[in-house]
Each structure stands twice: as structure tokens, then as C-alpha cells.
Design a protein around this ligand. Structure first.
Ligand code: SF4
Length: 329
């Protein structure tokens, strides 16, 4: 059994953040004033990423996703990926897509097939507004490049009322000819992102819009136990779409995910403000297996203990966490 917790869940999926740096400045992810960056000596070096990952794999992890910040801005990304490719794991990455063209050959060489690309608008102007950068065309070109090369692509779209909720049907229509899975993500509260419940669009609301637009052509897909999205498809379309409803309908019961921050701290839940310092232990030449097991065992059943909508909306609870960019989403 892979890394059990006291709620009978197994954890075989590790998300490793490689950096807190990003070449975009998305408003919901990073506070406007930026975040203080850690000195690079405090971050995991390539060999430390490998050593810690190897320990998780020995404990049953068989899927690793690289995140950031933006993981592709790391200068030694190729070394890290090649190291990880020597482990018996499925490799995946979450990226904003800007540097993808420089890495396609490396992805192919290492067998990295699963790519989640974040894009919150299909309109260049709006994209620039949310990301505070003008890289829309570049990202779209790189998305086409990935599709031409048959990668398995998910598009992550954080929905915010009054910003991109008018693009829901456009995004679903984007799947007509492209074999991508669009995932609408309910806007979530994190350190410094000014979350308000009324900025968020719920699963129910999104589904209502889709039903109006597509009627009987809307098909609900079967979900797997560890799926974070409730998935749908429009009959005859090449791709599919879904909703990650962490706020209104959390999927914690089937959670198999653990996180490692770029400074080597393990988080047992996206919303947990408790961290297990694996990197310091590793540097002190102490074994880390038991630290990992203890941190997993102590995981709360739902959203780090914020198990009601009231607790989740409470700033005293939800803001006492790193900003999303420092966790790795
Ligand atoms: S909120 Fe935490 S427990 Fe729930 S699915 Fe996300 S990471 Fe897992």
C-alpha cells in the first residue's frame, strides 16, 4: 500500500515544485507586490530533488508532476527531468506554456507525456490583463506544437466572475477540433489573493450554462476514484472538459496527492499550513522515510481541516498559507 493516512487513503502521487519564480504574474496566484524569493541555497538542488523523489518512490509513489512557479524557468530543468526519468514513475508537468517549444525534444526523450497548460482566457487582451504579460500568441503557438506532437494536454482555466466567465462556452467550443481536456477551476483562497466567494463560479453554475448551450449534446463522463475534476464532453467534439470544484464540492475522499515545495518542505494537502522540512533533514544526513510517513498519516480528511464552507471562507484560516505560487498549485 502506498503511503496510507488515517482516513484510509493511499498516496501515490507527488507534485514537486521546482521554483517559486515565474515568467508571468497572474493575479490569483501571486500577490501584486510579488513574493519575497528564497535565496537559491535554500532551494532543493537537482541532486536533492532526485534524492527526495527517490525516497517517495521507494514508499510507493508512482506519479510525479513538476510544478512551480513555472518549472521550465529552472536552468537545470533538463538535469532534474532526466534524473527523474530513471525512476519507475509516470512523469507530468504543469506549465504556462511559454518555454515549451524549447523543451519538446526533452519531453519526448524522457517520456513525459502529460502536460497541464494554464490559460485563463482565449482573448489576447484579457490574457495580458490577468498575467500582466503579453505572451498570448506564444502560448497558443506552443499549444499547437504540443498537439501536433500528440502530447496529452489539459488546459487549466481559473474562472473568475466578471473576468472570464463569459468565455466558458468559448472554451468548451475550443474542444471541438482539438483533443484537449479543458478544466475549469473554481477560484480558491490563498495567501494574498483577495479571494471572495462571489468572485467564484460553482460547478452547478458552469454546468447550468453548458446545459443551456448544448442541451442533449452534453454528456457526463465516468470519473475515476482519484479524479480531481467532474468531466463532461459535447457529443461529436474531439476533446472534453470538466470542473475542479475544490470549493463547492471537494474531492478529498479520493485524494492521493502530496506536495513538495521548492525549498524541500512537504505539504500533505494544498491547503495545509503545516510543513515537514525534508530538505533540512536530508542535508543533516538524517533518514527522511519516517518524516514522510508521519506527515501523510496526519493528513486531515478534508481541505486541511477547513471542512465547511464557513471555515473555508474564513480569512483567519485560509490566508495562513503560502500563496499559490509558493506551493505549486
Ligand atoms: S484539498 Fe487537500 S485533501 Fe482535498 S483533494 Fe486537495 S490536496 Fe487533497
Amino acid at each position: 500500500m502506498a503511503l496510507p493516512d488515517k482516513h484510509n487513503r493511499n498516496h501515490n502521487y507527488l507534485r514537486i515544485s521546482l521554483t517559486e519564480k515565474c515568467n508571468l504574474r497572474c493575479a490569483y496566484c501571486m500577490p501584486a507586490e510579488g513574493i519575497p524569493l528564497l535565496p537559491s541555497a535554500k532551494l532543493m538542488q537537482a541532486d536533492e530533488v532526485f534524492a527526495i523523489a527517490k525516497t517517495f518512490v521507494s514508499l510507493g509513489v508512482d506519479k510525479i508532476r513538476l510544478t512551480g512557479g513555472e518549472p521550465l524557468v529552472r536552468k537545470d530543468f533538463d538535469v532534474i527531468l532526466r534524473n527523474l526519468a530513471s525512476l519507475p514513475v509516470e512523469l507530468a508537468i504543469s506549465t504556462n506554456g511559454i518555454l515549451v517549444d524549447k523543451h519538446v525534444a526533452l519531453f519526448k526523450e524522457t517520456g513525459l507525456q502529460k502536460i497541464n497548460l494554464s490559460i485563463d482566457s482565449l482573448q489576447a487582451e484579457k490574457f495580458a490583463q490577468i498575467t500582466r504579460r503579453n505572451d498570448f500568441e506564444k502560448v497558443m503557438r506552443n499549444l499547437d506544437l504540443l498537439l501536433e506532437n500528440n502530447f496529452n494536454i489539459k488546459l487549466n482555466v481559473v474562472l473568475m466572475r466578471g473576468f472570464n466567465d463569459d468565455e466558458i462556452i468559448d472554451f468548451i467550443n475550443f474542444t471541438k477540433t482539438r483533443k484537449v481536456a479543458v478544466r475549469f477551476i473554481e477560484f480558491m483562497p490563498f495567501g494574498g489573493n483577495d479571494w471572495k466567494a462571489d468572485k467564484m463560479l460553482s460547478l452547478e453554475e458552469i454546468l447550468g450554462m453548458a446545459k443551456n448551450a448544448f442541451g442533449e449534446k452534453l454528456i457526463a463522463l465516468k470519473n475515476h476514484e482519484n479524479d480531481t475534476a467532474k468531466n463532461f464532453k459535447i457529443s461529436g467534439y474531439a476533446g472534453s472538459w470538466g470542473v475542479i470544484s475544490t470549493v463547492t464540492s471537494p474531492f478529498c475522499a479520493g485524494c492521493n496527492r502530496l506536495r513538495l515545495t521548492a525549498d524541500g518542505k512537504m505539504k500533505n494537502c494544498l491547503f495545509s499550513n503545516q510543513e515537514m522540512d525534508l530538505l533540512s533533514a536530508l542535508r543533516e544526513k538524517k533518514p527522511i522515510e519516517n518524516l514522510v510517513k508521519i506527515a501523510v498519516w496526519d493528513k486531515h480528511a478534508i481541505r486541511a481541516g477547513m471542512d465547511t464552507p464557513e471555515k473555508f471562507a474564513d480569512k483567519n484560516l485560509n490566508q495562513d498559507n503560502r500563496s499559490m505560487i509558493a506551493i505549486g498549485g
